[in-house]
Ligand binder design. Sequence first.
Ligand SMILES: [Zn+2]
Ligand SMILES: [Zn+2]
Length: 180
Amino acid sequence: MKKGTYKDLTGQKYNRMTLLSLDRIDGHARWLCRCDCGKEVVVRGHEVVSGKIKSCGCFSRERKVERITAWSKLPYKEKGLSGRKRSDGYIYLRRPDHPAASTEGYVAAHRIAAEEKIGRLLKQNEVVHHWDEQPTNNAPANLCVFRSNSPHFRLHLYAKRHGIKIETLKFDQPWLCLSN
Ligand SMILES: [Zn+2]
Ligand SMILES: [Zn+2]
């Protein structure tokens, strides 16, 4: 297709994107755009005009942070952390915006609660332990995060071998966890 069949959008602004110049045509007219944040990207012009693309990506990132922040400000009871449990004994929350969400958009509630407690996202191999061994009790004081399952397993083994309730180790061996 000839360049002339495309509308000249030079200098037009839609949402955060200003169209600077036609970059190339391959099936669609691709425009070099400058986002309000200063980043320049090449995207399909018609998607900018239709509003499908609103920014370089900074807009949706900001919205995501806003949603997570709004949720974390909710009182504990309203976070839904004590919702219905699944067959594996854990509670799952629908949080499609969460980086660790399953393909269906769910995240284990105890992992979200632990993230709240330690103030950052959990790494994939980090394990959340429930001190009272009730997988639905996601109160912050009941949770502790282990670097991996190996020290977590050792804790359970230690309690079993010595015939003691695991909860009694909470204060005796706090160094086992990142946070308790
Ligand atoms: Zn941007
Ligand atoms: Zn455990």
